[in-house]
Design a protein around this ligand. Structure first.
Ligand code: UD1
Length: 411
C-alpha cells in the first residue's frame, strides 16, 4: 500500500483528534481483569486496535463493535495469546499482567525486537517476579505462575510505560499493597488508572513517580472514554507549522502537549492554547531548535521523526538527540532521499536547514517515521509516494481524509 502526496500544501482549517492509541491499547488489555461487560466509547479506527481485538477474541473473549463503541466480556477461562498475533504488535504483551492476576498462570511468546530497537521486557518480568510470580523462559515463550500475587515494592530501573501499565494491572488483584517506584508519568498511565479505578481498583499516585495499588478481590464492569491522542494532535500541530499553515486542532488536552508546544514556540510558530483546542499558526521563517527525547513530561520520542521533517526547512542547524530508543532514526535515509541535509552520530542527528525538500519515492519504516514522511511530502514540491503506508494506519485514524479536509492533495 502506498500514499501519494502532491505538494506543496498550506494546511488550513480544523481537525478533530481521535482517542489515544497508547491509552486504548492498555485499556483493552485491562478489560480482561473483569468478568462483567466493559464498554469503551470513541474507539479509534486504527490497525493496532484491530490487532489487539483480534488477539483477545482469539483468547475466547466476546467482543462486539457498533460504530465506534466496543463491548468486551470475558466468558470464563481466558486462553493464552497466540504467537502469531502477539508477534504482530508489541502492546499485546500488556495482556500478561491481567491474565497472571486473574488466572494465576500465563504463557505468552516474547515480543522480540522491532525497527526502533530491541525493546526488552525485563522490567515487566521483574515486576511480576516481585509480586511473587515464578517466571520461566523457554522456546521463545515466557511462562509465569503464581498461586496468588502478593503486593510488594517494585522499583523500575527506567520509567517504562509498558512495564508500569502491566505491573499496575497485575497488582490490582494482588493480595495487599504494591508500590511502583520510578513509575512512568505518561498521561496514558493516568488514563489507565482512572479506567481501573472506575472498575473498582484502588490506585493512587498515577501521574507521579510512585504509584500505590491496594489489591482488591475483583473488578467490575465499566463504561469508559479514553483521552485524546496527544501524538496525533502533535503530528497535526507540526504538520501545520511545517506547511506554514493555520489550523485549529480540536479535542485536545493542552496540558499533555506542553513539550511539543514549547518546541514549536521556540521555533517561531504561534500557539494559542484554548479550552479543548489549540490554534497553530506557522511562520515563514522557522528557527532551529535543540531537542532531546525523554520520558514524559519531556519531549516525546513519538514526535521525534515528525519534528525532524519540520526542522529540515529551518533557517540554520537543529540538533535532535534520541534518548529513549536506541535505533529511532530510520526516517533519516528517507528524508535524505527528499533532499534533506542530516548527519547522524550515534543517538544524535544534526539537521541543516535547506530552503525546501524535494518530492521522492520513499518508504515508511515504522508508524511515526511514516507520519514524518507524510509531513515531508506535503512540504516538498511535486509528487511523493510513501510506500509501506500500513505502518501509518496503525496509529492515525482517517489520516487521508483529515489531511484532505485541511487542503492536502493526498490519496
Ligand atoms: C510506549 C508507547 C510507545 C512510546 C514509548 C515511549 C504504547 C503502546 N507504546 O511503548 O509509543 O514510544 O512508550 O514513550 O504505549 N525497556 C527496557 N525494559 C523493559 C521495558 C522497556 O529496557 O522491560 C526500554 C525500551 O527498550 C526502551 C525504553 O525502555 O528503550 C522505553 O520503553 P517503554 O517506555 O517500555 O515503551 P513501550 O511501553 O514499549
Amino acid at each position: 500500500m502506498a500514499i501519494k502526496i502532491t505538494g506543496p500544501t498550506i494546511l488550513r482549517g480544523e481537525v478533530e483528534v481521535s482517542s489515544s492509541k497508547n491509552a486504548i491499547l492498555p485499556i483493552l488489555a485491562g478489560s480482561l481483569l473483569s468478568n462483567d461487560e466493559v464498554i469503551i466509547n470513541k474507539v479509534p479506527d486504527i490497525n493496532d486496535v484491530d490487532v489487539i481485538l483480534e488477539l483477545i477474541m482469539d483468547m475466547g473473549v466476546k467482543v462486539e463493535k457498533k460504530d465506534n463503541k466496543l463491548s468486551i466480556k470475558c466468558l470464563g477461562k481466558i486462553n493464552n495469546p497466540s504467537y502469531e498475533l502477539v508477534r504482530q504488535i508489541r502492546a499485546s504483551f500488556l495482556v500478561m499482567g491481567p491474565l497472571l492476576a486473574k488466572q494465576g498462570i500465563v504463557k505468552i511468546s516474547l515480543p522480540g525486537g522491532c525497527a526502533i530497537g530491541t525493546r526488552p521486557i525485563d522490567l515487566h518480568l521483574k515486576g511480576f517476579a516481585a509480586l511473587g510470580a515464578d517466571i520461566q523462559l523457554s522456546g521463545g515463550n515466557v511462562v509465569a505462575k503464581a498461586g496468588e500475587l502478593i503486593g510488594n515494592h517494585i522499583y523500575l530501573d527506567f520509567p517504562s510505560v509498558g512495564a508500569t501499565e502491566n505491573i499496575m494491572m497485575a497488582a490490582t488483584l494482588a493480595q495487599g499493597t504494591s508500590y511502583i517506584e520510578n513509575a512512568a508519568l505518561e498521561p496514558e498511565i493516568v488514563d489507565l488508572a482512572n479506567f481501573l479505578n472506575l472498575m473498582g481498583a484502588k490506585i493512587t499516585g498515577a501521574g507521579s513517580n510512585v504509584i500505590k495499588i491496594e489489591g482488591v478481590k475483583e473488578l467490575k464492569g465499566v463504561n469508559y472514554t479514553p483521552i485524546p491522542d496527544r501524538i496525533e494532535a502533535g503530528t497535526y500541530m507540526v504538520a501545520t507549522a511545517a506547511t506554514r499553515g493555520e489550523v485549529i486542532i480540536k479535542n485536545v488536552i493542552p496540558e499533555h502537549l506542553k513539550a511539543i508546544s514549547a518546541k514549536l514556540i521556540e521555533s517561531g510558530t504561534i500557539i494559542d492554547e484554548q479550552d479543548k483546542q489549540i490554534l497553530v499558526k506557522g511562520r515563514n521563517v522557522v528557527k532551529p531548535v535543540y531537542i532531546k527525547t525523554l520520558p514524559y513530561p519531556g519531549f516525546p520520542t513519538d514526535m521525534q521523526a515528525q519534528f525532524m521533517a519540520y526542522l529540515c526547512s529551518a533557517k540554520g542547524s537543529s540538533v535532535i538527540t534520541e534518548s529513549v530508543f536506541e535505533n529511532r532514526f530510520m526516517h533519516v535515509p528517507e528524508l535524505l532521499r527528499m533532499g534533506a541535509e542530516i548527519k547522524t552520530e550515534g543517538r544524535t542527528a544534526i539537521i541543516k536547514g535547506i530552503p525546501t525538500l524535494t518530492s521522492a519515492n520513499v518508504k515508511a519504516t515504522d508508524l511515526r517515521a511514516g507520519a514524518a514522511l507524510v509531513l515531508a511530502g506535503m512540504v516538498a514540491e511535486g509528487e511523493s509516494i510513501i510506500n509501506n503506508s500500513h505502518h501509518i494506519y496503525r496509529g492515525y485514524e482517517n489520516i487521508i481524509n483529515k489531511l484532505k479536509n485541511l487542503g492536502a492533495h493526498i490519496e
